[in-house]
Design a binder for this molecule. Sequence first.
Ligand SMILES: *Cc1c(COP(=O)(O)O)cnc(C)c1O
Length: 388
Amino acid sequence: MEQSYITNHLGEDRQQYFDAIAPPIIQSSNFAFHSVAHMRDKLKDEMNYPLYTRGCNPTVAILRKKIAALASGEDALVLSSGSAAVSAAVTAQVKQGDHVICVARPYSWTNKLLDKTLHRFGVNTTYIDGTDIAHFQQAILPNTTLIFLESPNSLTFELQDIEAVVQLAKANNITTIMDNSYASPIFQKPLEMGIDMTVHSATKYFAGHSDLVAGVIIGSHTHIRKIFEGAYMTFGATISPHDAWLMLRSLRTLPIRMQHIADNTEKIVRHLKQHPKVEHLYYPFDKDNPQYALAKKQMKRAPGLFSILLKANEITEVERFVDALQLFHLAVSWGGYESLVFPLCVLQTSENYSFTDRPFNLIRFSVGLDTPEELIKDLDRAFAQIAV
Ligand SMILES: *Cc1c(COP(=O)(O)O)cnc(C)c1O
């Protein structure tokens, strides 16, 4: 389906709401029926008929259709956070005694879901370096039921060879779930490459304005219904109709935001790449990235998230550099219109520099819609603050 048709038209049935151009926010928890027979009929499919908003709400239903189509899936669920989406999708796939293979260093709360929560219910996880398909092969056990991918991850951007993992998973009857928050369906469509389900933090590029928290799961009718009937309805991490409406509005500009952010980022990355104060660049589309060819094969473009190692001898130099930035806000998260910086040294205290095993000079940036030339000036001003 054509992309602008999806974002501008799909799922919008204006005759249902006074021919309004903008869809309404149906801010109602509950829906009434004309007769017992009518209610009985609608009760058969709580996922697709508005009965109660935890299951189905008309504003959220429009969003579900658009997101499923954007990602080339049959159906989608929208939840109140990306973590809720990961938790519901993963929990639906595993039972006591199952084994999960997960890429090393996934999003931190995905890691905690597997190690802290699901481990208590007898689900064990092996973490592997996903850059080599042999590691997946070696990790498979007779009770492996799920492979969880994140390609690329959101800090140092290691990729997995999606086609190779899919082939291996299918041969061993293993379900695959991939966190595709980084690329978004605009730049990468894992379902077209055979992945069973994708999950996203919709807080990031989908919503794009740093004003709401949401998550999505996309897959086949069968997978999505299974999740709906289990974790989605029982955990009840419902998105509010108002937040769903904000996300519908965001989707109108998702394709152009992604292209513009990618353009801006290319300019900034080019500047940083040749900068004497940059020791290393982590960016999938960097030509020196050992996985550059794979990135080109799997992703249309790279969006606004990248990291550097700052050439610094001490943590105080990193602090001076980051504190001098004016246009980049110092914050967690990413994917909004604004530009952000997140230095890993915030996770370290002066008493304990080894709180993480990440280098103290690793700094992640999220480029938004600021003028790239202004962002470059801001970076250069900050570079000038640190000793040569
Ligand atoms: C932010 C993030 C999540 C979690 O999403 P929330 O919307 O914050 O719950 C999951 N995966 C990745 C890669 C993320 O960056």
